[in-house]
Design a protein around this ligand. Structure first.
Ligand code: ADP
Ligand code: MG
Length: 221
C-alpha cells in the first residue's frame, strides 16, 4: 500500500495548437508519487515530458484534469518550498550572482521565520560544493558554462528543501564527471523525504529510480 501521495496527477489532458493541426500531447495522464520516492519519466523527444512538468508545477494549466499537492488541487505555481522545479531552460536570474540565485528560495520563504544570513550561506555553500561548483558563488550565471548553470539551477531548486522536486533533463548538459554528483543529490533529496520526478532520456539516470515510467501517446505506463 502506497503512502499518501505528495503529488498526484488526475486525468491530465493538454492540447497545443499547431499550424498543421492541434496535437493532444497529454491524454488523460495519471501519476502518483509518494514522499521519499524518486520516479524517472522517459519518452522520446516531443513526447510531452516538459509539457507534463509544466503542468505539475503549475506553470501551465491542463485543459482538463488536475494536479494535487498533498491532496489539495494546485492553483497557479505553488511556493518553492512546496514544489520546486529545474526547468529545461533553467530560468536563472542573470543579474544575481550564483550564490544569490541559490539563496532565493530561502530568502523568499514567508511561512517560517527568515533564516539567518549565516545559515543561508552555509546551505548555499554546501550545495555548490556538493555539485562541484563551490568556487563559483560570486560569479554571475552568464560567466559560467551552461553545464555549470544547470547545476546552479538544481542547487536553487533544492535549497529550500521542497516537498516535491521536478527536474527536466538534469544531466543533459553535464560533463561526465558531474553526472554522479547530480544523481547523488537527487537521491539524497528523496532520502530526505521529497517526492522527486526526473524527466530524462539518459539511461544512467534511470538507474537511481525507485520507479520508472514511460510517456507514450499521452499517458504513462
Ligand atoms: N507551449 C507550447 N505551445 C505549443 N506546443 C507545445 C508547447 N509545449 C509543448 N508543445 C508541443 O508538445 C509536444 C511535446 O513537447 P515537450 O513537452 O517539449 O516534449 P519533450 O519534453 O518530451 O521533448 C511537442 O510537439 C511540442 O511542440
Ligand atoms: Mg523536454
Amino acid at each position: 500500500m502506497m503512502a499518501e501521495p505528495a503529488l498526484e496527477a488526475v486525468g491530465l489532458r493538454r492540447r497545443f495548437a499547431h499550424p498543421s493541426g492541434d496535437v493532444e500531447v497529454l491524454r488523460g495522464l495519471e501519476l502518483q508519487v509518494a514522499p521519499g520516492e524518486l520516479v524517472t519519466v522517459s519518452g522520446r523527444s516531443g513526447s510531452g515530458k516538459s509539457a507534463l512538468l509544466a503542468l505539475l508545477c503549475g506553470f501551465d494549466s491542463p485543459d482538463s484534469g488536475s494536479v494535487l499537492l498533498d491532496g489539495v488541487p494546485i492553483a497557479g505555481a505553488p511556493p518553492w518550498h512546496t514544489c520546486a522545479v529545474l526547468p529545461q531552460a533553467l530560468g536563472l536570474a542573470n543579474e544575481l550572482t550564483i550564490a544569490e540565485n541559490v539563496a532565493l528560495p530561502l530568502r523568499l520563504r514567508s511561512d517560517i521565520p527568515k533564516p539567518r544570513a549565516k545559515d543561508i550561506h552555509a546551505r548555499v555553500s554546501e550545495l555548490l560544493e556538493e555539485l562541484g561548483i563551490g568556487e563559483l558563488g560570486d560569479r554571475y550565471p552568464l560567466e559560467v558554462s551552461f553545464g555549470q548553470q544547470q547545476r546552479v539551477a538544481l542547487a536553487r531548486a533544492v535549497s529550500g528543501r521542497p516537498r516535491v522536486l521536478l527536474t527536466d533533463e538534469p544531466t543533459a548538459h553535464l560533463d561526465a564527471g558531474s553526472t554522479p554528483r547530480v544523481l547523488r543529490l537527487l537521491r539524497r533529496c528523496a532520502q530526505e523525504g521529497a517526492a522527486v520526478i526526473v524527466a530524462t532520456h539518459d539511461d544512467e539516470v534511470h538507474r537511481i529510480a525507485d520507479r520508472r515510467v514511460r510517456l507514450l501517446d499521452g499517458v504513462l505506463s
